[in-house]
Design a protein around this ligand. Structure first.
Ligand SMILES: [Ca+2]
Ligand SMILES: [Ca+2]
Length: 415
């Protein structure tokens, strides 16, 4: 095992997010050995393996209270980088990496660390000795959520293989948010549902789901919102959805949203940015092609980008002679650490669906048209084809009247 040379360092402070918009998660401190100036540019270089990176000053969430806590991070390079995090006991942190620190959204998920006193370490097995990487640690509510960094992305069907409602491709700035790593599971749904019905909530339907660790499906749009509120209240958070001055707990009405608090459905823009996982202009969360090794969907021969050697419903369902869901973390995650952003169950969003919304949507944190008949669904489900699983694909369902679809579930975000 080699150890880092003991050398003097120069601190070089730069902002981690655009300073004018959105929330800033502390600052990235790059400390580097005294090396030629050319080394400072973020390109792969063998000499970069000598870099020492330090990150601190990040936001940690504890129930409703936002507290500032110091997270210290240190890198040691043996055969691969070993990232150590130090901070207050009980803090849950997500370690992220980037090879382009100047690009706010390209911070990728390395892993979670729960601080239990003393240093905790993660090994970056994806690193190659010729490549430069920066790391940072950010406070997250739990290991079941990841931080999606603030920044601008290109929203819409950039590959001209989708519907006209995916156009025009346009730049959208999205503030940072936390997102569930998986679709809401049947077991989490039932647990919060049980708590909710004992605390003055009333729902239109019972959630369905093939097993506890499979996604819940067959829920109404309004039940999903009330459930988000119940999840918030159960954890001591301020709920997001209100009817007038009241917390939204019963009925089937269109609520107002407190965007600063509580679990809620993602906006369509938040969902698409998260699904893209920090990649630029790709068709799927993991690249430009899709196969049954990557997602649970209905494979056909209709699309060149559907390269699955097995066709029809996912082979894990064959024994049952029917379509099915898969456990929430059955396939590899995307760059942000999210599972199931293509297929399994389609996911309800907050926005009303409007086919020409992109021609007039705001450039910063768009939240959909003010009224509508249909709710946006994203990501495609086990019964749908590869085209429906594209990150740019827009789909919808009647929003009103207790309407449900088998194969549609949701996941929550938290500001
Ligand atoms: Ca999904
Ligand atoms: Ca569509």
């Amino acid at each position: 095992m080699s150890t880092l040379p003991n050398h003097s360092v120069e601190a070089n402070r730069r902002p981690a997010a655009p300073p004018s918009v959105g929330r800033q998660f502390g600052s990235l401190f790059c400390a580097r050995p005294r090396l030629p100036a050319a080394v400072a540019s973020p390109h792969c270089s063998a000499i970069m393996s000598r870099l020492v990176l330090l990150v601190s000053g990040l936001t940690v969430f504890t129930a409703q209270v936002i507290v500032q806590a110091q997270l210290e991070l240190a890198i040691r390079i043996d055969s691969v980088p070993i990232v150590s995090v130090r901070g207050p006991t009980g803090t849950v942190t997500q370690v992220q990496w980037t090879d382009e620190p100047q690009d706010a959204i390209r911070w990728f998920h390395l892993g979670h660390v729960e601080l239990l006193g003393g240093d905790r370490s993660l090994t970056d097995l994806g690193w190659s000795s010729s490549c430069f990487r920066c790391y940072r640690a950010v406070g997250v509510p739990s290991t079941n959520m990841v931080l999606i960094p603030a920044g601008t992305f290109q929203m819409g069907g950039n590959l001209n293989d989708g519907g006209p409602d995916e156009l025009p491709v346009h730049s959208v700035y999205v503030s940072s948010f936390f997102m569930d790593r998986s679709e809401v599971s049947r077991s989490l749904y039932d647990e919060v549902y049980q708590w909710a019905t004992n605390h003055n909530y009333a729902f239109e339907r019972l959630g369905l789901g093939e097993a506890g660790h499979h996604p819940v499906q067959g829920i109404t749009w309004f039940d999903a919102m009330k459930w988000c509120n119940a999840r918030s209240e159960k954890e001591g958070r301020t709920p997001a959805y209100r009817i007038g001055p009241l917390v939204y707990r019963t009925g089937s009405e269109y609520p107002s949203v407190d965007w600063r608090n509580g679990y809620r459905l993602p906006t369509e823009a938040e969902w698409e940015k998260a699904a893209r996982g920090g990649l630029r202009g790709m068709r799927f969360p993991f690249g430009n092609t899709i196969a049954h090794s990557q997602a649970n969907y209905n494979s056909r021969n209709d699309y060149a980008y559907d390269v699955s050697p097995t066709v029809g419903y996912h082979p894990s369902c064959d024994g049952w002679s029917r379509a099915c869901t898969t456990p929430g973390q059955y396939f590899p995650d995307n760059g942000y650490g999210l599972y199931g952003m293509a297929g399994n169950v389609g996911e309800l969003c907050w926005d009303f669906y409007e086919a020409d919304y992109y021609t007039s949507s705001p450039v910063s944190d768009p939240r959909g048209p003010p009224w509508g008949a249909y709710a946006v669904i994203r990501g495609g489900g086990w019964y749908e084809d590869a085209s429906m699983c594209r990150v740019a694909n827009r789909h919808y369902r009647f929003a009103w009247g207790g309407d449900i679809s088998s194969g549609v579930g949701f996941r929550c975000v938290l500001p």
